[in-house]
Design a protein around this ligand. Sequence first.
Ligand code: PLP
Length: 376
Amino acid sequence: MKIPFNKTYTTGQEIVNISKAIANGKLAGDGEFTFAVQQMMESRFGMDKTLLTTSCTDALEMCAILAGVDSDSEVIMPSYTFVSTANAFALRGAKIVFVDSEENTPNLDADKLEALITPKTKVIVVMHYAGIACDMDKIEVIAKKHNLVIVEDAAQAIDSYYKDRPLGSIGQLGAFSFHETKNIISGEGGMICINDVKYQKRAEIIREKGTNRAQFFRGEIDKYGWVDIGSSFLASEIIAAFLKAQLDEMENIQKKRIALWNIYYDKLKNLLVKHPNLLPRIPSYATNNAHMFYLTCNSHDERTKLMAKLNEYGVKSTFHYLSLHSSSFYAHKHDGRELPQSDKWTDCLLRLPMFVDLRFEDVDYICKVITDFYND
Ligand SMILES: *Cc1c(COP(=O)(O)O)cnc(C)c1O
């Protein structure tokens, strides 16, 4: 038995759409497929305006520019996150202030936010780990009180909700990823959600190399030129064509992932008696988009042994982030506060295989290996 950690899923329609894009003779960005995927996301999740980008990393870099972050700014975010969350703001010269994770989820601990705010703080970046929402009501109250922008790193959070609000639509700005490791993919790809109208015009300009080309193409102006900073953040029609096939199948993709997730939980829940922290916790305000199924081992050593055992039985599992406050790039810039929960997730979290073509019997098999490990 060999079960990989991830396997890309394609619907079969991607190549048909790409052929159409080629036949259209327009392969640069902002063609028919780009508008279609933006429209689909906006109508399904209620975002006011979205723009397709080449990656979530790009979308986050756009967020940093739009939020007006500069070398005099401080930006608060979890340490337990992907490099791009921080890098987007480090590129603007900002000081990154890391907040610890919750004890029960890897998400940032909203109760620890306010103590970190200074007159220089401009942005709170939330990252919805495994597609499970952060405690947004609490975070919004703090952001409003201190006049801060909320940016959602919703890379993992497509089709997931905080109460009845879709993730990515809550902060003034949000970012999705369509990297091949996410639920809905285009190889590389991302999307910025501009939920506050005041950023909309500038977002188009930043995405088009600092030019007002988008307005020009709409016929709103008669020539376009350099009006702001920016970069080439827009994705090609080939990416958009691929992505549309995936978005068309989103319901089925999500159904299968959620079914797999539920089998994992059901088969492992007996272990909670002896290991109460082993399985993921979904707060009552959050939905589950089954982006990931992870375990929280009791120690780093236990995780290493469990990974080895799974590997021995042909199952690829993998740990996740290394806390950014301890990274070689940022450790000496970090203010020295200990972030014990972030370290715990770094040491103890283990991700299990999760992909559309994973079979229910594969999950049974994986759960048996894990159950034997804990019962031996
Ligand atoms: C995947 C991911 C990203 C980066 O997405 P790309 O599309 O690969 O740039 C950023 N943040 C988080 C939390 C992610 O999981």
